[in-house]
Ligand binder design. Structure first.
Ligand SMILES: Cc1ncc(C[n+]2csc(CCOP(=O)(O)OP(=O)(O)O)c2C)c(N)n1
Ligand SMILES: [Mg+2]
Length: 356
């Protein structure tokens, strides 16, 4: 198939071994694996199309693609229950699709249309949907970590059993507010799972050039927060680790850190000189560690899907993405009056509701 990897055979050859069996207790039954496959493929195809629309000048501003990292959002959010919150940075399209948001609304937000999830006013980096428990979409590196910790504090205050899934990158892991948040989260046993998407680079800076401790799962040690390194290219490993971490947080034991080892195939954003890594490095990961190839192998090995079945899923996904792109291209732009909506919350209204 013509997506950004060379096919399951390439991975098997490069590894010199058969694909792993689903690990005990991590799920990986037929239906679940097919769903993971479809959900990851949807993200990849969506992102490929977003890249094309950007090239055609239909998307303005910044745009950061999630290609290569699909197993993380899909695996983590498979353990989410309704009411658990998701919050992340600007590389966010995949998290929204994995949250079940309508690809049409996400694509229309990218093209700045009124039918976009943030009514065309947020763009790629600032999408938001409390209906889907999605709290952004943040352009300030690391800021979502404090906000996600605040969401967990609200959960604790309401004692509602919900968990905040707070994602951030390897670059964000060096921000000061992350550690203030860690301290409070452990001190008050807040139900938050910190998911560090370590894709090895912060813009053009390799992690080894900017971090004295590159094993980011250890970063909570001085706050007594447990941490674990996870193969972020293996959706079953992600799902298993996320399930364990969420259970820890939900049962009142406080925060948990998951360092997901992953890789982004595309540039940091749509303009990236790509001088900081070699073509061979990128190709090697695509060939040997691709998260979609991995599930494809498992499905074929277990005889849960043959080539025709996988092609049918791809065709369905492509249709969804084509419809989303068409919707995003043809929907009207927001009315200029929208400049004045959603700017402030009407606190007088809220206060009168509380009083009543
Ligand atoms: C506070 C702040 N500093 C710097 C930037 C510029 N900036 C945007 S993305 C980025 C790199 C972040 O890398 P990482 O956290 O690894 O996330 P990734 O892009 O790899 O997903 C930087 C430095 C910013 N947006 N906010
Ligand atoms: Mg990074």
């Amino acid at each position: 198939m013509a997506r950004e990897q060379t096919g399951a055979a390439g991975r098997r050859k490069a590894n010199g071994a058969e694909a792993k069996e689903p690990a005990d207790g991590s799920g990986g039954g037929k239906d679940e694996l097919l769903k993971f496959y479809r959900d990851m493929l949807l993200i990849r195809r969506f992102e490929e199309r977003a890249g094309q629309l950007y090239g055609m000048g239909l998307i303005g501003g910044f745009c950061h693609l999630y290609i290569g990292q699909e197993a993380i959002a899909v695996g983590v959010q498979s353990v989410k229950t309704k009411g658990d919150q998701i919050i992340t940075g600007y590389r966010e399209h995949g998290h929204m699709l994995a949250a079940g948001m309508d690809p049409k609304e996400v694509m229309a937000e990218l093209t700045g249309r009124a039918s976009g999830v943030s009514r065309g006013k947020g763009g790629s980096m600032h999408m938001f949907s409390t209906a889907e428990d999605f709290y952004g979409g943040h352009g300030i590196v690391g800021a979502q970590v404090s906000l996600g910790t605040g969401l967990a504090m609200a959960n604790r205050y309401r004692d509602d059993g919900h968990v905040s899934f707070t994602y951030f990158g390897d670059g964000a892991a060096n921000q000061g507010q992350v550690y203030e948040s860690f301290n409070m989260a452990e001190l008050w046993s807040l139900p938050v799972v910190y998911i560090i998407e370590n894709n090895q680079y912060a813009m053009g800076t390799a992690i080894g050039r900017s971090s004295s401790e590159t094993h980011l799962y250890k970063r909570g040690a001085s706050f007594r927060i447990p941490g674990e390194e996870v193969d972020g290219m293996d959706v079953l490993a992600v799902r298993a680790a996320a399930g364990k971490a969420a259970e820890h947080a939900r049962s009142g034991k406080g925060p948990y850190i998951l360092e997901m080892k992953t890789y982004r195939y595309r540039g940091h954003s749509m303009s990236d000189p790509a001088k900081y890594r070699t073509r061979e490095e990128v190709d090697e990961v695509r060939k040997t560690r691709d998260p979609i190839d991995h599930v494809e192998e498992l499905l074929e090995k277990n005889k849960w899907a043959d080539e025709a079945a996988l092609k049918a899923i791809d065709a369905e996904v492509k249709r969804i993405v084509a419809d989303a792109a068409e919707f995003a291209r043809t929907s009207p732009e927001p009315d200029p009056k929208e400049l004045y909506t959603d700017v402030y919350t009407d606190i007088t209204q809220e206060a009168s509701e509380v009083a009543a």
